[in-house]
Design a binder for this molecule. Structure first.
Ligand code: SAH
Length: 240
């Protein structure tokens, strides 16, 4: 459980951050990362944390989602509405299984969105998978603290199943490495005249999905970047 990080993006209410800390501590999670919180720290956050204030004191604060998840081998985004999104999806139980496996090899992030608007499409596309808590289709949006509670409860249940089989002994690329690959890929495709920068979004989304599905390791990423550099007419891989 110590490799699992809960990431909250631009939370508006300090009280919700406190409720998240409490939900986390109840379920043996410790690591909280806040991306541009609107109010933090606040008295309300401390009050709602009710005894889980150690998690608030140790929370890290970040300027961007990229920064908060750069070192993670798996990033899972949560969303109240997923039907129209064409990204790999998990239910909370499948999510817990995968997260517990991957957290045996490195840091894993579970990302939660803004109270009113959730996560943006760009943020969802930074995730390897998306998870949705099944709910009333006409009223599917849970309070942030409640959503964290449900997801962490599944993690807790999964962790009690005993030792997780380690299915990955490769050195998986981290979120920051993948963003580097995507920037390089987009630039290389533009350089070789394959991509029209004005219409690049759809193609890049498809390619990102493909590379996330492949779960490349660091050696494979190096090869890919070498190929891109060669296609660009450069001898060695450029640094982003
Ligand atoms: N109107 C927003 C709701 C945001 S609720 C939307 O449609 O996305 C705030 C956050 O709580 C969400 O970004 C998500 O992280 C989490 N959340 C709420 N309900 C959820 C659900 N049913 N499944 C998964 N996450 C949920």
């Amino acid at each position: 459980m110590e490799n699992i990080r809960i990431v909250l993006v631009e939370t508006s209410h300090g009280g919700n951050i406190g409720a998240v800390a409490r939900a986390m501590k109840n379920m043996c999670l410790e690591e909280l990362a806040l991306v541009q919180p609107k109010q933090f720290p606040t008295e309300e956050a401390m009050a709602r944390a009710s005894g889980a204030d150690d998690i608030l004191h140790e929370a890290s604060i970040h300027h961007s989602l990229d920064e908060a998840v750069a070192d993670c081998v798996l990033v899972v985004g949560t969303s109240a509405r997923l039907r129209s999104v064409s990204w790999p999806q998990l239910n909370p139980r499948e999510c817990a299984e995968l997260v517990m496996q991957r957290s045996a090899t490195g840091k894993v992030a579970l990302v939660f969105g803004r109270e009113r608007t959730g996560l943006t499409n760009a943020e969802l596309e930074r995730c390897n998978y998306l998870v949705n808590i099944p709910a009333n289709p006409d009223y599917s949006s849970l309070n942030l603290g409640m959503a964290v509670q449900v997801i962490s409860y599944e993690l807790m249940m999964q962790s009690q199943q005993g030792r997780q089989p380690v299915t990955e002994d490769r050195d998986l690329a981290k979120a920051g490495d993948m963003q580097g690959l995507f920037r390089h890929l987009e630039q290389a495709l533009e350089d070789i005249g394959f991509l029209d920068p004005r219409k690049s979004d759809k193609l890049m989304r498809r390619l990102k999905r493909l590379f996330y599905r492949a779960e490349p390791d660091l050696d494979e990423l190096k090869i890919l970047r070498g190929i891109l550099s060669a296609a660009q007419g450069r001898k060695s891989a450029r640094r982003e």
